[in-house]
Design a protein around this ligand. Structure first.
Ligand code: XMP
Length: 326
């Protein structure tokens, strides 16, 4: 039985050298644990599962089977990025499932946030289960459990993340980063050669854009949200705010207002900018965005994104506002 307690003597991994030593040790441990058997991993594209995938590819190559479920609620380009990095660059055994229609079908007309979360979480398990049952001789399941997950919960990354495990699957777990803190996972990811946009990725809720497309999700409003969010990220990259702000995104409420475009009445949704700084997500402060940047973002979103006619800025710290709008 592998230990779930971080030894007091374990040094914090802060350098490439320490990360390389950790990687070598884990490769040995994983090979011993797994032998010539196959390992299944739900690869969301988030930091933890990406680092676990890269580590396991190094340790056991094609014995690792990664499954990426696109629930249709990813940020723009994220599923494509998972395919590019893992299938094309790292030559991973990657099964890609576009389950957009299944998720959006089930979510149709559902406006209550907790219900939306439940539908997304359950359907994720359903899709993952179906895929797993098509595969033969899988004995192990890899997970991106990290140390705070063990400290804060029952050690299973199910309560918060989509990707909670099917409980009736009797796999042995492979959790190579279970004793690491998030900053160490990032250092290890970099040492493994993952691109920085992947290891420095912002936290992203398991239910994805589902918690930012407020109320009942429709395809057109979801599309508008995804495009506006991509513009915000592009502009934050250009002006350097992406290095200074911990988390930033767009939320689009299910509410229209009157506007005018091409001399005609134009009813559209509002895009709300949320940009916060925090250490642990328990409290958060608001990062100042220069007015020139705000004007540029507003101009781009209102001219480039079909359906949006206003851009608003959320200045509420946490507390009293949570980071997400849900
Ligand atoms: P709130 O909205 O509670 O969010 O202030 C705190 C942080 O948690 C993130 N968040 C999630 N992260 N799975 C995650 O891994 C989730 O389901 C989830 N929901 C919210 C949120 O983005 C913020 O960083």
């Amino acid at each position: 039985m592998l230990s779930n307690k971080r030894p007091d003597s374990m040094e914090r991994i802060t350098t490439k050298e320490l990360a390389d030593a950790f990687i070598a040790e884990q490769i040995k441990e994983v090979r011993e644990q797994v032998g010539d058997k196959k390992v299944l991993l739900a690869l969301s594209g988030g930091v933890d599962s990406s680092v676990v995938a890269a580590l396991l590819i190094k340790a056991i190559g094609k014995q690792l089977v990664c499954v990426h479920v696109n629930h249709g609620l990813m940020r723009k380009g994220e599923s494509e990025d998972v395919i590019e990095v893992f299938r094309n660059q790292l030559d991973a055994n990657l099964i890609y499932i576009d389950a957009t229609d299944r998720f959006l079908g089930l979510l149709e007309g559902v406006s209550e946030p907790e219900k939306k979360r439940k539908i997304i979480g359950n359907e994720f398990i359903e899709v993952f289960n179906e895929e797993a049952s098509k595969l033969d001789d899988i004995d192990f399941l890899a997970q991106g459990t990290i140390y705070p997950d063990i400290l804060e919960s029952d050690g299973v990354k199910a309560h918060h993340n989509v990707g909670g495990l099917p409980e009736d699957m009797h796999f042995e777990l492979v959790e190579p980063v279970r004793l690491l803190y998030k900053d160490e996972v990032r250092v290890v990811g970099k040492a493994l050669g993952l691109p920085s946009h992947m290891v420095d990725r912002q936290p992203f809720p398991g239910p994805g854009l589902g918690v930012r497309c407020l109320g009942a999700i429709t395809r057109d409003r979801l599309h508008a949200l995804r495009e506006a969010d991509a513009i915000l990220r592009e502009e934050f990259d250009i002006c350097g705010l992406s290095e200074k702000v911990w988390q930033y995104f767009i939320a689009v409420p299910d509410m229209k207002s009157v506007g005018v475009r091409d001399d005609k009445r134009y009813e559209g949704w509002s895009a709300i900018i949320r940009a916060v700084n925090t250490k642990d997500a328990m409290t958060a402060t608001i990062e100042e965005i220069p007015y020139s940047v705000l004007h540029k973002i507003t101009n781009r979103i209102t001219t480039e994104v079909e359906g949006i006619n206003r851009v608003l800025l959320d200045l509420t710290p946490k507390p009293v506002g949570t980071i997400e709008w849900e």
